[in-house]
Design a protein around this ligand. Structure first.
Ligand code: ADP
Ligand code: MG
Length: 628
């Protein structure tokens, strides 16, 4: 057989290699910003057009390049940053592989203008698909400007694979934040499609974080600091009461390089243990300094993961340091534990008169809260009843037991009130028989299982409905209708809600303002970092608005589609997920029945907005099989 192996032409090899370095416009942003930092720039400007798809340009006032270096910089493995393999273990620069510019030049139209301090005149070079198309002398200031145009112009498949501008822009802003946070003494500017996005003057670390994440951030920060022989830690954690449900502000920097580390994240999370609820994440901006010899940053092509020689020691120190700061700044005693969500019955249920209590054990019971609010008061009967639904079920056919239950509850309840303390529990309002409202219109009985499922008899057996998914379906259809036909009703707020977001987040909310208004929001102000809301949809509680908007902004950043219809769909999904009755919330029989009725009035009651089944049925035949 004839020889068939050939060496790939350079431009093909470069294109393939480029795939490792450049996944999206944000990768270009990261590489160019890091090169500017390595060139000791003090002012860096990033200009982006169409979320980087048309243009990414970085201008710096760093050391610049000579005419020869300008040309060499685009060769693969051309770097000024290391000379020998040993240098890999003593890195003080961001770059060292010498492949970023070569990769970028293989898949875009690139223009470079640069001049060193001592040369009279600079150079202007253009490259397309790895080929230099011109190089001329040029009158330019000291420093470097690199413009990367039409990314992936020669790889249509990659270009088509790019996400919407909103998503790509989000990635760019993330990279920009990471570099800007690691280098507060450098001033940064960012423009998108001609308008200012960030203008960050040279400052200290705390002020840089505040400039990026908004002025309200300042009061949320707790400083962290520790120095030992192997590790220096500086930075801030966010006070536990400001922790967010969505993973947001979590930043580790090691020797001024942003890294991701689930292991170190765990160390910080465990330092927060007991200070935060389970479903939220700690926020932190932590700058670690270690001897460059003790880390290996070579294990990931885009270099966001590193390996420490002494991982365990670093874990322990980080955890202890964060714990110490949280204690020292007296975070624990001022913690305001959130109220039991079960009492904030969402939706129009909140307007109904209270009905008979359910006898579920309160799983969200929080001893700290009770102590703080009520001193030594005996807990109400609710928790002293036999556990969960079984008793309820048994009681269905047992009038005597039911009556006893009732009596016991009323006595207990009375005692609790008799202590002169107003109880916060829904079980306080005992009205009539425990089971009198269990009967639905059709004479059916429903009950709740584990505060999660609603069980209802049907003709041939029973139906088990997932309360959260069912409510999501109901809200989703209603919201989608409101957004598209614009007919929602607002509830006016007595005192407008003032909320603080970052500038880019406010921009995101502006983009969907119209749709949100269709659902019933009334925005009286939307500017810079502030949002003022004077009306909200009737479907939600004021206390849920912040969470809802936070989640919405988060979802939009992650997956906002380009077209109008899918945008509305995504908004409705996100809002429905935030607003729906959660698992763990106890529902009265009226609420259960109402939810079932609403569900079956939906167009597609069988699946949730995210395509999960909403209910399942079990017929007598299935049951019979279990008794043979
Ligand atoms: P690396 O950063 O890994 O060395 P790059 O491909 O990113 O590889 O850059 C190649 C070389 O080009 C760098 O080592 C540096 O000497 C030079 N260079 C790149 N960007 C700049 C810049 N903004 N200012 C000065 N020199 C630069
Ligand atoms: Mg580089």
């Amino acid at each position: 057989m004839a020889d068939i192996i050939q060496l790939l032409p350079d431009h093909v090899a470069n294109q393939i290699a480029a795939g490792e370095v450049v996944q999206r416009p944000a990768s270009v942003v990261k590489e160019l910003l890091e090169n500017a930092i390595d060139a000791k720039a003090t002012n860096i400007t990033l200009v982006v057009k169409d979320a980087g798809k048309t243009l990414v340009q970085v201008t710096d006032d760093g050391v610049g390049m000579s005419v020869t270096d300008a040309r060499l910089s685009f060769e693969r493995h051309a770097t000024s940053k290391i000379k020998t393999a040993e240098d890999l273990f003593d890195l003080h620069t961001k770059g060292f592989r010498g492949e970023a510019l070569a990769s970028i030049a293989a898949i875009a139209h690139v223009e470079l203008k640069t001049k060193t301090e001592n040369s009279e005149i600079g150079t202007h070079l253009t490259i397309e698909g790895s080929k230099v198309t011109s190089q001329e002398p040029a009158v330019v200031p000291k420093g470097t400007t690199i413009s990367v145009k039409n990314l992936f112009y020669n790889i249509p498949a990659r270009r088509n694979f790019l996400k919407s501008n909103t998503v790509e822009m989000r990635h760019i802003i993330d990279e920009f934040h990471r570099v800007a946070m690691a280098h507060p003494s450098v001033s940064f500017q960012m423009l998108h499609n001609g308008s200012d996005v960030f203008n960050l003057p040279a400052t200290n670390s705390r002020q840089r974080i505040v400039n990026i994440f908004g002025s309200k951030t300042n009061e949320k920060l707790v400083p962290v600091g520790e120095e030992t022989e192997i590790l220096k830690i500086n930075g801030f954690v966010i006070k536990p009461e400001y922790s967010k449900k969505s993973r947001g502000e979590q930043f580790f920097f090691v020797n001024d390089r942003f890294i991701k580390s689930p292991y170190l994240h765990h160390a910080v999370s465990s330092a927060f243990e007991g200070l935060m609820k389970n479903d939220v994440h700690p926020g932190y901006f932590l700058f670690l300094e270690v001897d460059p010899h003790s880390i290996d940053i070579n294990i990931h092509p885009t270099k966001t993961e590193i390996k420490f020689d002494d991982e365990h020691a670093i874990y322990a120190m980080l955890r202890a340091t964060v714990k110490h700061s949280l204690g020292q700044f007296n975070i624990a005693p001022v913690l305001d534990f959130e109220r039991d969500k079960g009492f904030d019955t969402p939706y129009e249920y909140s307007k109904k008169t209270p009905t008979a209590p359910s006898i579920d054990v309160d799983k969200d019971f929080n001893p700290f809260k009770e102590k703080a609010k009520q001193g030594n008061i005996k807990f109400p009967f609710k928790r002293e009843q036999p556990n969960s639904w079984e008793s309820l079920y048994v009681g269905l056919n047992d009038d005597t037991r039911q009556a006893n239950f009732d009596a016991a509850q009323q006595v207990d309840n009375h005692t609790a009130k008799g202590d002169g303390v107003e109880m916060q529990f829904e079980s306080e309002e005992v009205t009539g028989s425990l089971f009198s409202t269990e009967e639905t219109d059709t004479g059916q009985v429903t009950f709740q299982l584990q505060n999660k499922y609603i069980v209802s008899p049907i003709k041939n057996g029973m139906m088990v409905i997932h309360q959260n998914l069912a409510h999501q379906r109901v809200l989703y259809e209603e919201l989608l209708k409101n957004i598209t036909i614009k007919e929602a009703i607002s509830q006016q707020l007595l005192f407008p809600l003032q909320l603080h977001f970052t500038k880019p987040d406010v921009e995101i909310i502006k983009k969907v303002r119209e749709q949100l208004e269709h659902t019933g929001f009334i925005f009286s102000e939307l500017k810079d970092e502030t949002i003022e809301i004077s009306g909200i949809p009737v479907l939600i509680l004021e206390s849920h608005v912040v969470n809802l908007l936070n989640q919405l902004v988060h979802d939009i950043k992650e997956e906002m589609p380009d077209t109008g219809f899918s945008q509305n769909d995504m908004l409705a999904k996100s809002m429905a997920a935030s607003m729906a009755i959660k698992t763990g919330v106890s529902l009265s029989s009226e609420e259960r029945e109402h939810l079932i009725n609403q569900l079956f009035a939906c167009k597609e009651p069988t699946v949730s907005p995210t395509n999960k089944p909403v209910f399942t049925t079990l017929d007598v035949g299935d049951l019979d099989k279990k008794f043979v």
